[in-house]
Design a protein. Structure first.
Length: 241
């Protein structure tokens, strides 16, 4: 997803949404980065059966504690973990809570030793770690060979365009900002309040909503606000003054 113009300021309300993926893994081998970019080591282990994989999947759904991979962008002491990994340094990482809503086996290819999975999960979930943990539980090893994100919250790849088609279809494919953050609650204000206060980033009467909310006027998205103890305050203002 690409955010344009003023809408770039809405990224914080999208990046933390749940995500869905199609993931392909090769079994019978491991990678030091848990994906195809790392150093691959073949194992003397067969591809688990379809039944064995499906029986193991429920243990990796729901609320989990997941240890981030060393080859990740997380920082330790101000240094990215992947930089430490490239220098051959391995450090302890704290397990973090994640939620896996769905983890399904979609296809199995014994010839290529690969399996395809459908994964839906909370933001911050490492699918390659999920694959590695699953394979380990089955007495095997596996690493991620392909990963395709199919949705971010309510935004689906089904509505996406190919890069080569964008010059011709860009204007027809732009999603209005109010639709991008349609998952946020809505508070309507009058035209006077909207243009006179909200568009200047002023405080408004509390919306009595827990978290961020859209401030709308006549179907137009003006801003995103959040309540404090006294009033609603602006987080992002989209309308021109």
């Amino acid at each position: 997803m690409l955010l344009l113009g003023r809408a770039t300021r809405l990224s914080r309300y999208v990046t933390n949404l749940d995500k869905s993926y199609t993931a392909t893994a090769r079994f019978g081998a491991v990678s030091d980065t848990l994906d195809a970019e790392g150093r691959i080591t073949d194992l003397d282990s067969p591809l688990p059966t379809q039944d064995a994989i499906r029986e193991a999947l429920p243990a990796f759904t729901g609320d989990l504690l997941q240890v981030p991979p060393m080859a990740s962008a997380l920082k330790r002491g101000g240094v990215r973990l992947y930089d430490l990994h490239r220098r051959g340094i391995n450090v302890e990482r704290e397990a973090r809570p994640v939620t896996v809503h769905g983890f399904e086996l979609a296809a199995l290819d014994p010839t290529r030793q690969t399996a395809e999975f459908l994964v839906s999960c909370s933001s911050g979930t490492y699918v390659r770690t999920l694959i590695d943990d699953l394979a380990t539980s089955l007495g095997s090893g596996a690493y991620l060979t392909a990963l395709r994100r199919t949705s971010v919250g309510h935004l689906s790849v089904e509505n996406a365009s190919l890069p080569q088609d964008l010059p011709e279809t860009l204007h027809n494919r732009i999603i209005p900002p109010t639709e991008v953050i349609s998952h946020l609650p809505e508070v309507a204000v009058s035209g006077e309040t909207g243009r006179g206060v909200v568009c200047h980033g002023g405080r408004i009467e509390r919306g009595w909503i827990d978290g961020s909310y859209r401030v709308m006027c006549g179907g137009e998205l003006l801003a995103v606000y959040r309540d404090d103890e006294e009033a609603g305050r602006a987080e992002v203002v989209l309308c021109a003054t």
